[in-house]
Design a protein around this ligand. Structure first.
Ligand code: IVH
Length: 668
């Protein structure tokens, strides 16, 4: 066969396979036997092997998984992927509906959809060709998982029209695939996945796409980034358009004329949910008209035109086997219930925090009790109550210890606190937890240095304080369990990169009592450098709006401690940055203003202020007034006839105020 003939055959095979694949995986209506599909696929693979120049990104053969990656690249979402506000009961839904009516009047309708419990993804197509797929990440920056997404058979590699479009949806693992995967994992002696969501996320985070290819993942699309010239004017039309382009959308959607119809739909799924072949964690309710969606706008995180109804948490009964004690970073000793493993809301639960001794007394919890367990917000396991009627008399009262379970020093109950604390600053548990806090996401964000690695490094005495992290060598790390060359080299790079973090991350990471991430940011903005902060008097600190007396005391006390001074010196020697790198330092006086450190854009005609006045007043309060809207904008003030800047702000999910709201805040 010559190249021309091969090209023709390859095209034919691809068209056929794409058609059969679409019928099977998207429409769920196969038209040919599996054996026929497999035979055509083998023929195509053979041809592509013989004529490698004919390989292409939209060939169905790419679904078996391509090259192994070193790492996932970051992807910036031009239009952020927002999250949703929650409703937990009928009243919340009626309140949502009232807010909608206040803005759009009485002429509107909703679309209700299943809330698929998987991983949010964004897919980009150029001229009909799938070019990039990414995770949601923090909504603005995600990870490029194109090669893994390509392996999902219901995901079209080429659309039925040559459009350029970005679409959003949920990748997930069907229940049956999840059960089969866990069975294999258990047979191999591997840790099973806790639930289908983790299994889907874990599969899509594999650097080797061949693994994702074996995981039977699936994807439902539910949104379009920018409808552009498509002519789509409502969400329901958008979903039909997605169908038309060849995407898989969920058919269990319903248009509802009012909130009563919404509530009926929601209730019907509480019963039917277990029968679905995939997991859902709620129902999403969206205002249908795109024009009305745009009138309603968004808050910083979520649209005002949509809400997620979360199903009531499932409750199960299990036995409380023991109560364990954990010592936290600040020395607080927390009792934790050890439970007979039980499946609840999609995963197996074995532990639940009991918070403190008072709560154990209040709920009258005894060791050996039968207890009701649920997951609060479907995530955090919680003991709801004891079933006292089922007691046998063998149950044992719990006694809170008098001494630290880790270092054996005497525990104290500080005035006004319910918690018991270990106040030994050398307590190994506190030091270990402090190290875990230092590397965590909101602090120095050192990827690859999780709880397990830190615990190992600490127990092997390779690190005793945070400065030691910067002295770690590849040889030391290679000696740890489950650490290969690649992960060690990534870890060393991540440690190195953390040295250039802006001051607030370090400040938060140091774990100064009462200083949370937000206060750390304000302190960094006001003082600019660690030295200036260290020199600040308590009064200076207290004059900052967000810094209360307790925090000011604790900051001042921290910097007078000799060990703290030594530690900071060591960090400087290691090359750790001690300066604020954010966009704008602010003064102490400005620090209590809403505008401090925020980037504001003015657009449209203001009535009571001139643009110049508005700018001066915002700047005098520590704000920064910019000319154009971008991802860095925090707030847009829209006057009359606001145009493209307002549209862009809405697309980017940036908070928008009118002039009244601006004046109100300026007067404060
Ligand atoms: S709409 C701006 N629809 O739920 C609207 N989200 O917090 C944003 N999800 O992880 C989302 N099914 O991926 C929407 N039918 C559905 C959904 C859905 C699942 C996920 C979404 C995100 C979370 C929203």
């Amino acid at each position: 066969m010559d190249l021309n003939a091969a090209q023709q055959k390859v095209n034919e095979l691809r068209d056929l396979l794409n058609q059969y694949g679409h019928e099977y995986y998207v429409l769920d209506k196969p038209t040919v036997p599996d054996a026929e599909y497999d035979r055509l696929m083998r023929e195509l693979m053979d041809l592509e092997e013989k004529f490698p120049e004919l390989k292409s990104a939209d060939s169905p053969t790419v679904r078996i998984g391509g090259t192994v990656l070193d790492m996932f690249e970051k992807v910036v979402h031009e239009i952020p992927l927002l999250s949703l506000g929650n409703a937990f009961n009928e009243q919340d839904l009626r309140d949502f509906d009232r807010r909608i009516r206040q803005v759009v009047g009485e002429d509107y309708s909703y679309v209700c959809e299943l809330k698929i419990d998987g991983l949010a993804v964004s897919l980009r197509y150029e001229n009909g060709l799938f070019v990039q797929g990414s995770t949601r990440g923090d909504g603005t920056i995600g990870e490029d998982i194109t090669s893994n997404l390509r392996t999902i058979k219901s995901l079209p590699l080429r659309l039925r029209e040559n459009v350029s479009i970005e679409v959003r949806g949920e990748a997930f693992m069907p229940k049956r695939s999840f059960e089969a995967l866990n069975k294999v994992k258990e047979e191999r002696g591997e840790e099973p996945f806790a639930n289908p969501r983790n299994a889907a996320a874990g599969s899509l985070r594999q650097l080797d796409p061949k693994i994702a290819a074996t995981r039977n993942l699936d994807v439902f699309l539910y949104g379009i980034g920018d409808v552009g010239e498509s002519g789509v004017v409502s969400h329901s039309e958008g979903l039909d358009y997605l169908d038309h382009l060849g995407f898989k959308t969920n058919k269990e959607r319903r248009k509802c004329a009012n909130v009563d119809a919404v509530i009926e739909f929601v209730n019907s799924w509480v019963e039917r949910r277990p029968n679905l072949p995939y997991e859902i964690d709620g129902i999403v309710i969206k205002v249908d008209s795109l024009a009305q969606q745009s009138d309603l706008g968004t808050t910083a995180k979520s649209p005002r035109w949509a809400i997620a109804f979360k199903f009531p948490a499932e409750e199960v009964v299990t036995t409380l086997l023991a109560i364990e004690l954990n010592v936290g970073r600040t020395g607080v000793v927390t009792p934790t219930a050890v439970l007979a493993p039980v499946k609840v809301a999609g995963s197996t639960v074995q532990r639940a925090s009991l918070h403190n001794e008072d709560l154990i007394r209040e709920k009258d919890i005894k060791i050996g009790d039968k207890v009701v367990v649920k997951k609060a917000g479907d995530i955090i396991p919680e003991v709801v109550n004891v079933i006292a009627e089922q007691r046998t008399g063998e149950e044992v009262d719990f006694q809170m210890p008098t001494h630290c379970p880790e270092c054996e020093s005497e525990l104290v109950r500080l005035e006004g606190e319910v918690a018991l604390r270990c106040i030994n600053p050398k307590c190994p548990a506190q030091i270990r937890e402090g190290l875990i806090h230092f590397v965590s996401r909101d602090a120095m964000n050192i990827e690859g240095l999780g709880e397990k690695v830190i615990s190992q490094l600490f127990s092997e005495k390779l690190i005793k304080d945070v400065a030691d992290i910067y002295k770690l060598t590849s040889e030391q790390l290679l000696g740890l369990e489950r650490m290969g060359e690649k992960s060690v080299s990534n870890l060393i790079t991540a440690i190195e990169a953390s040295k250039s973090n802006s001051l607030e991350k370090l400040l938060f990471g140091l774990g100064i009592r009462h200083v949370g991430a937000k206060a750390a940011k304000t302190l960094a903005q006001v003082f600019g450098t660690m030295d200036k902060l260290a020199e600040a008097t308590e009064d200076e600190l207290k004059s900052i709006n967000e810094i209360g007396d307790k925090m000011a005391d604790s900051i001042a006390a921290f910097f007078t401690k000799e060990e703290a001074q030594e530690l900071l010196k060591e960090l400087v020697i290691a090359g750790v940055n001690m300066e604020y790198k954010g966009p704008m330092p602010i003064s102490v006086e400005q620090s209590d203003s809403f505008f401090a450190g925020k980037t504001v854009v003015l657009t449209g005609k203001l009535e009571r202020l001139t643009r110049g006045e508005a700018k001066d007043r915002i700047e005098s309060l520590g704000g920064n007034v910019a000319g154009s809207v971008s991802k860095k904008t925090d707030l847009v003030i829209a006057g009359e006839d606001a145009g493209s800047k307002l549209t862009k702000a809405e697309q980017l999910g940036i908070e928008v105020w009118d002039e009244d709201k601006l004046l109100e805040e300026l007067e404060k």
